[in-house]
Write a protein that binds this ligand. Structure first.
Ligand SMILES: O=P(O)(O)OC[C@H]1O[C@](O)(CO)[C@@H](O)[C@@H]1O
Length: 241
């Protein structure tokens, strides 16, 4: 696991953007794994800027998002599908048929998980997976206690995750209680992982990632066993290292 230490959120987003554009330009049919939350917003803004400057095209890019809330329609303001459209897809030349997010309103959620997992395998696995990390070490929506051998599955969201994400909803009662997420094994099968971590609220989590034991109690810790992980971390998040 390689750590790239940067000053602040903007520098983290700039470095992540460069890594992602290199990857897109290196591979003929790149498959990217994408994340939501606050962390990658700066990266997506940068990608849009670079696209507008003609430095990158997404025509041959396929994407798989990590997760989606259960019960929110795709066009709901808080769905991750809507987030991705507004923060990235609407502004670039990506073909929407190459875009994938789990369907949180599928009639049969178990079947949807299996189907999503199959689509990732059929695409030839993920070339570069972008990750954020929750304060409890969750990656995707894989909460503490999730099996390291999990594939795409339905999760009950931890109270701390619902509380953290309630900032986007009218009230905490409106935050869905479940989500569909790529599993830990799905993430670990990505060829390369880029984990972005910013802000002092993540300092404890980064210290645990770097120095704690590898345990299902702290999902992100498994990344230490992955052969190709880069963590871009800013000064705030490094406070306890
Ligand atoms: O980037 P944020 O908003 O701090 O969230 C961290 C992680 O939590 C999630 O938003 C899920 O709660 C992930 O999608 C994200 O990577």
């Amino acid at each position: 696991m390689e750590f790239i230490k940067v000053k602040n959120y903007q520098e983290m987003s700039d470095q992540a953007c460069n890594i992602m554009i290199d990857k897109i330009n290196q591979i003929e049919q790149p498959v990217l794994g994408l994340a939501t939350g606050s962390t990658p917003e700066g990266l997506y803004q940068n990608l849009i800027e670079k696209y507008n400057q003609g430095q990158v095209s997404f025509k041959h890019v396929t994407t798989f998002n990590l997760d989606e809330y259960v019960g929110l329609d795709r066009e709901d303001v808080n769905s991750y599908y809507r987030y991705m459209k507004e923060k990235l897809f609407n502004h670039i030349d990506i073909a929407m048929e190459r875009v994938h997010l789990p369907n949180g309103t599928a009639h049969d959620l178990e079947a949807e998980c299996q189907h999503y997992e199959k689509q990732i395998q059929q695409a030839g696995k993920i070339d570069l997976q972008i990750l954020g990390m929750g304060i409890n070490g969750h990656i995707g929506f894989n909460e503490p206690g999730t099996s390291f051998h999990s594939s795409t599955h339905i999760v009950d969201l931890a109270p701390s995750t619902r509380e953290a994400n309630s900032r986007f909803f009218p009230s905490i009662d409106d935050v869905p209680t479940q989500a569909l997420t790529m599993g830990i094994e799905t993430i670990m099968e990505s060829k390369e992982v880029l984990l972005l971590v910013s802000g002092k609220q993540k300092a404890e989590a980064i210290a645990r990632l770097a120095e704690g034991e590898i345990s299902e109690d702290f999902p992100a810790s498994i990344l230490r066993n992955h052969p190709n992980v880069t963590v871009i971390v800013d000064e705030g998040a490094m406070a306890k290292l």
